[in-house]
Design a protein around this ligand. Structure first.
Ligand code: GTP
Length: 598
C-alpha cells in the first residue's frame, strides 16, 4: 500500500533554467524544512556550489506531500547537475527514478542540454512533466516555449506547468501533477534484494555511504549484503533517507530511494552502478549498470612544496570517495618533481577539484595544461595511450597518432549558423548535418577534435553568438590526425611539463603565441632567459626574458626593516604558486599559457 503512494523523480534542465530553485520551492511547500532553515539552494551543499550557483553533485531528498485527494504521498526527489561536464551524473540519477520534471526557461526556451537531458529521460522510459519556469521575466514567452517543447522534443506541452519558482507560482499545480502523472514504483517486497547504487559519499565515522534505489526486496540493518559486480560483502549497519538531513529507518523496501551504510572502507568495493543483493537470498543477476565513465581531460597536479606530496595523495583519495569520476595516478616530471596525472570530466570539473584541494586541504598546487588522451602507434605496431604530452614517444618511433573526436550539437538561431560554421571549421571541425528544429532554430552537427572543444570552443561560441548558442557533445571515437609534440625550452633546458601536442598546421602559430606569453609571465632574473619552442631539435619560435638592469633587491635590504619584512612576506606568498626550474622561476600561469593560445 505504501508503494502506491511513492513517487520517485528527478528534475532535469539546461543549466540555469531553475532546477535548484524549483527543488527549494518543493521543499518549502511541503514543509520539509522550516523557513528558518531554508537557505537558497538547499540541495547544493558544497560551498563551491553555492558560490558558483551551480549544482555539481546530485543529492536526493524525501518529501511528504498531502494531495488534494486527501492522501499523503512520499516523494523522492533526486537533483541533477546541469553542466555538460556532469551529464554523466544526470544519466546515473535518471536510472534510479520513474519520472522527470523537465524545466525550461520561459525566456531562453529549449536549449542543447534540455534536449540532451530529455533524451536521457526518454531512454530511461521516464514519464515527463514539462514545466515552463521564470514566467515572471519581462522577456518570458511561455506560448513560444510551449511550441518549442512540442516541436523540438515532441512532448505534449498542453498541460505544461506555468511557473515562477522565484515567486512561488505554479508550485501547487506541479505537486499535484507529480501525484497524478508520474507512476508509482513497482517491485516485489518478497523477491530477493536488488538495489542500484547511484551515488556515494564518505563519512569518517560510518565509512562510504551509498545512495540507492531499491528495485526488489527489502534491506535492513544486520543484513549481509553482496555487491554483485565487485563481489565484496558487508553487513548493513544503518539504512535511512534524507529529508534533507539523514533520518534512520528500520528498513528500505522496493520502490524506496535512501542511503545505506555498512562500514565500507573502500569505494572500489561499492561503485555507482553496482547492484546490492542479499548474501543469504541472492538475486539471480545484477541490474543493468552504467557505462564506465572515462575522463575527458588529464592534467598533472604537483604540490609547489615537494614535501607535501603525501598530503596531496591523501587529499585526492578523500575527494575520490565523494567523486567516483575522479581518477589519478602518480607521475614524475623533471621540472615539477612528484605529482599525479589526474583525469577529469572537463575543465569545470578540473577547476572544482583544484579549488577544493587548495581550500579544503590547504595545498598549493601547480596544475599543468589539460590534455586529452592520444593514441600513438609506434613503428613496432604497438599502441601507446598518451595523456601527458611529455610521454609521447620520439617522432622517429611513431607511425601515426590518433586523437579523440566528439560529435558536437550546436543549437543556434538561424542568423548565427554562418558564424558557428566558421568557428567549427577553424577548430578542425567536419560538418555532419544541420536540422531545423523550428522556424528560427537550427541544430548544427560537427565532428570536432575533443582537444579543440575543451579549450576555448565554448567561450568562443558564446561570445560569437551573443550567448544564443548552446552546446552538447558526445564522444565519437578516435581518428588519425597530423599531430606533433612541441617542447618548450627555458634557458636551454627542456621543461617537460610545458610540452604540448598540436596539429602540425597550428604548431608554429601556437608556439609563437606561447613563447610570447611566457615572456610576459616569467619573472626577470639578473641574467637573460631565452624561451624556445621546438619540434624535435628544430626551433620553431623564440623570445627572451630580459635581464634586470640593476639590482633592486639590495636597495630594499638597506631600507626600513618593517617594510622589508612586508615585502619579503609578499614575495613569499607570491612565490607559493611558483616552481623553480633550473635557475628560472616558473609561475602557475605559465603552465596554462597553452590553454588560450588557440
Ligand atoms: P544549475 O544548478 O547550475 O544546473 O542551475 P539550475 O538549473 O539549478 O538553476 P538555479 O535554480 O540555480 O537558477 C538559476 C538562476 O535563475 C538563479 O539566479 C535563480 O535565482 C534564477 N531563477 C530561478 N527561477 C526563477 C524564476 O522563476 N524567475 C526568475 N526571474 N529567476 C529565476
Amino acid at each position: 500500500a505504501r508503494q502506491s503512494h511513492i513517487r520517485n523523480f528527478s528534475i532535469v534542465a539546461h543549466i540555469d533554467h531553475g532546477k535548484s530553485t524549483i527543488s527549494d520551492r518543493i521543499l518549502e511547500a511541503t514543509h520539509t524544512v522550516t523557513e528558518r532553515d531554508m537557505q537558497n539552494q538547499l540541495l547544493d551543499t558544497m560551498d563551491l556550489e553555492r558560490e558558483r550557483g551551480i549544482t555539481i553533485k546530485m543529492n536526493s531528498v524525501e518529501v511528504n506531500y498531502t494531495a488534494e485527494d486527501g492522501e499523503t504521498y512520499i516523494f523522492h526527489l533526486v537533483d541533477t547537475p546541469g553542466h555538460v561536464d556532469f551529464s554523466y551524473e544526470v544519466s546515473r540519477s535518471l536510472a534510479a527514478v520513474d519520472g522527470a520534471i523537465l524545466v525550461v526557461d520561459a525566456a531562453q526556451g529549449v536549449e542543447a542540454q534540455t534536449l540532451a537531458n530529455v533524451y536521457l529521460a526518454i531512454d530511461n522510459d521516464l514519464e515527463i512533466i514539462p514545466v515552463i519556469n521564470k514566467i515572471d521575466l519581462p522577456a518570458a514567452d511561455p506560448e513560444r516555449v510551449q511550441d518549442e517543447i512540442e516541436e523540438d522534443i515532441g512532448l505534449d506541452a498542453s498541460e505544461a506547468v506555468m511557473a515562477s519558482a522565484k515567486e512561488g507560482v505554479g508550485i501547487p499545480e506541479l505537486l499535484e501533477q507529480i501525484v497524478t502523472k508520474l507512476p508509482a514504483p513497482t517491485g516485489d517486497l518478497e523477491a530477493p534484494l536488488q538495489a542500484l547504487i547511484f551515488d556515494s559519499t564518505y563519512d569518517s565515522y560510518k565509512g562510504v555511504i551509498l545512495t540507492i534505489r531499491v528495485r526488489e526486496g527489502i534491506m535492513k540493518p544486520g543484513d549481509k549484503i553482496r555487491f554483485m559486480n565487485s563481489g565484496a560483502e558487508y553487513e548493513v549497519t544503518e539504512v535511512g533517507i534524507h529529508s534533507p538531513n539523514p533520518i534512520k529507518r528500520e528498513y528500505l523496501m522496493a520502490g524506496d530511494i535512501g542511503y545505506v551504510a555498512a562500514s565500507i572502507k573502500s569505494i572500489r568495493d561499492a561503485r555507482p552502478g553496482d547492484t546490492i543483493t542479499n548474501v543469504d537470498n541472492p538475486a539471480p543477476e545484477a541490474l543493468p549498470g552504467y557505462q564506465p565513465m572515462t575522463p575527458m581531460v588529464y592534467s598533472g597536479l604537483y604540490p609547489t612544496d615537494n614535501a607535501r606530496y603525501n598530503d596531496l595523495r591523501e587529499a585526492l583519495e578523500k575527494l575520490q570517495l565523494n567523486d567516483a569520476s575522479l581518477e589519478f595516478e602518480p607521475e614524475t616530471s623533471q621540472a615539477l618533481g612528484f605529482g599525479f596525472r589526474t583525469g577529469f570530466l572537463g575543465l569545470l570539473h578540473m577547476d572544482v577539484i583544484q579549488e577544493r584541494l587548495e581550500r579544503e586541504f590547504d595545498l598549493d598546487l601547480i596544475t599543468t595544461a589539460p590534455s586529452v588522451t592520444y593514441h600513438a602507434y609506434t613503428t613496432d605496431g604497438e599502441m601507446v595511450e598518451v595523456s601527458n604530452p611529455a610521454d609521447l614517444p620520439d617522432a622517429s618511433e611513431i607511425k601515426s597518432i590518433e586523437e579523440p573526436y566528439v560529435l558536437a550539437q550546436i543549437m543556434v538561431p538561424e542568423e548565427y549558423v554562418g558564424t558557428v560554421m566558421e568557428l567549427a571549421q577553424g577548430k578542425r571541425g567536419e560538418f555532419e548535418t544541420m536540422e531545423y528544429l523550428d522556424k528560427q532554430r537550427v541544430n548544427v552537427k560537427y565532428y570536432i577534435p575533443l582537444s579543440e572543444i575543451i579549450f576555448d570552443f565554448f567561450d568562443k561560441l558564446k561570445s560569437s553568438t551573443r550567448g544564443y548558442a548552446s552546446l552538447d557533445y558526445d564522444m565519437d571515437g578516435y581518428r588519425a590526425s597530423n599531430l606533433v609534440k612541441v617542447d618548450i625550452l627555458l634557458n636551454g633546458d627542456k621543461v617537460d611539463a610545458l610540452s604540448f601536442i598540436v596539429h602540425t598546421d597550428f604548431a608554429q602559430s601556437r608556439a609563437r603565441v606561447i613563447t610570447a606569453k611566457l615572456k610576459e609571465i616569467i619573472p626577470r632574473r639578473n641574467f637573460e632567459v631565452p624561451i624556445q619552442a621546438a619540434i624535435g631539435s628544430k626551433i620553431i619560435a623564440r623570445s627572451t626574458v630580459k635581464a634586470y638592469r640593476k639590482d633592486v633587491t639590495s636597495k630594499i635590504h638597506t631600507g626600513d626593516p618593517d617594510r622589508r619584512a612586508k615585502l619579503l612576506d609578499k614575495q613569499k606568498r607570491g612565490k607559493k604558486r611558483m616552481k623553480s626550474v633550473g635557475a628560472v622561476e616558473v609561475p602557475q600561469e605559465a603552465f596554462m599559457a597553452v590553454l588560450n593560445a588557440g
